[in-house]
Design a protein around this ligand. Structure first.
Ligand SMILES: Cc1ncc(COP(=O)(O)O)c(C=O)c1O
Length: 398
């Protein structure tokens, strides 16, 4: 009897997998999981055709920088391929300490801890500091890793309208009691490309004594002096307690970081499950991030080129009458409003040799179904012209 019950429950899960609507749709229209056959910078080859990559987070275009590639190669020769263990046990190496110290200095923080994924860093920046009984105030449009951190923390959560200091203020006044409060925001919102209204939001957080966590995965390398990020952009370093982010975007690696005061980072090292029970960042990826960080400080041309490309690109989309959701950064959505409009637009771009990513509800708010594009410093003028032609063609297909 026990055996038949077990069998029944297993087949239910298998049926759920087999009959899943999202998977069926994904197979029918095939918009995701395309495996490129080759890549050189923003040139990719897909299904035997040369295309332009227009949705990578390689904002500064450092993933093909010779010094970055050489740093990764040298690190593997010296340290092997993997740390094969967690930092707390056998996985710590001196190169982790060097990267952490340099990131902390760059961000004006006392300390930093790096993880093998940005997802882990950002999730642990919430899950580890909040606990049952605490009150979390969360922007409605946070990245999935931060929501996972919120769920894991078991704290109570109140959402406020995306990037709205007014709504945050009105939610804040409804909160009674002395529970510790945490504010969770992003520096640059990844789908929308919006810069956080940090001056007003940080002031509210300060008035109400909030511990503030800011995920700057898309602001790091893009905003602030030499790419120090959103907090530096506004000169508000003393108003944010934790800056977390990713090594997989401007730093052209994979992995993530959490930067804060020494006490806060030491607490994370003792209490964060994502930190304690996950293998440490690999030698190659740590070396790549470190080399990119050095290049951000010694070669300003990448940041300059990123912004000049971004301005040209946004102006072009505006001329075509496309809705970019008031994006202010190189992460530029093209909002089309429904999946019926997004799919043909995405397909038309692909037919014209431009690779983008479609994002539909529930990944974005209803009515905001969009094509997610991102500009890189590596895009050439010629590529921007080809992108403009492809966009004009896709607009006609709408
Ligand atoms: C805002 C934000 N936070 C965290 C992450 C996770 O970073 P990673 O992809 O390096 O794990 C992402 C990645 O898309 C992101 O957009």
């Amino acid at each position: 009897m026990a055996f038949s019950l077990f069998t029944k429950s297993k087949s239910t899960i298998l049926a759920r997998c087999r009959d899943d609507y999202a998977t069926k749709m994904r197979h029918k229209y095939a918009p995701y999981y395309h495996a490129m056959e080759s890549q050189t910078g923003t040139n990719i080859r897909l299904y035997g055709r040369d295309m332009i990559m227009l949705s990578s987070n390689d904002y500064l275009g450092l993933s093909f920088h010779p010094k970055v590639i050489e740093a990764g190669r040298a690190a593997m020769l010296k340290w092997g391929t993997s740390t094969t263990g967690a930092r707390i046990s056998n996985g710590s190496r001196v190169f982790h300490l060097e990267l952490e110290e340099k990131l902390a200095n760059f961000l004006g923080r006392e300390a930093c801890h790096v993880h093998a994924a940005g997802y882990l860093s950002c999730m642990s920046s919430v899950a580890c500091f909040a606990q049952k009984g605490d009150m979390i105030l969360a922007d409605k449009n946070l990245h999935s890793c931060l929501w996972d951190g919120i769920r894991l923390s078991h704290a109570t959560v109140e959402r406020f309208s995306h990037n709205s200091p007014d709504d945050l203020r009105s939610v804040m006044v409804t909160i009674t009691g002395a529970a510790p409060k945490l504010l969770i925001i992003e520096g640059v919102y990844s789908m929308e490309g919006h810069i956080c209204r940090l001056p007003e939001i940080a002031e509210i957080a300060e008035t109400h004594g909030c511990f503030t966590v800011l995920d700057d995965a898309h602001g790091f390398g893009v905003l602030g002096r030499q790419g120090r990020g959103t907090v530096d952009h506004f000169g508000l370093n003393d108003k944010v307690d934790v800056i977390c982010g990713s090594l997989s975007k401007s730093l052209a690696s994979t992995g993530g970081f959490v930067a804060a005061s020494r006490d806060v980072i030491e607490y994370l090292r003792s209490n964060s499950k994502q930190t304690i029970f996950s293998a440490a960042l690999s030698p190659c990826q740590a070396a790549v991030a470190l080399a990119s960080l050095e290049i951000m400080q010694s070669e300003p041309q990448h940041l300059e080129r990123l912004w000049s490309n971004t301005k040209k690109y946004r102006a072009m989309l505006k001329t075509l009458g496309l809705d970019v959701w008031n994006s202010e950064t190189p992460a530029v959505p093209i909002v089309l409003g429904s999946k019926e409009r997004v799919y043909p637009f995405w397909k038309a771009l692909l037919d014209k040799g431009v690779f983008t990513v479609m994002s539909i509800a529930p990944a974005v708010p209803p009515g905001k179904d969009l094509i997610r594009t991102a500009i890189s410093a590596m895009h050439t003028d010629e590529q921007l012209e080809k992108i403009a032609e492809a966009m004009a063609y896709a607009v006609k297909k709408l």
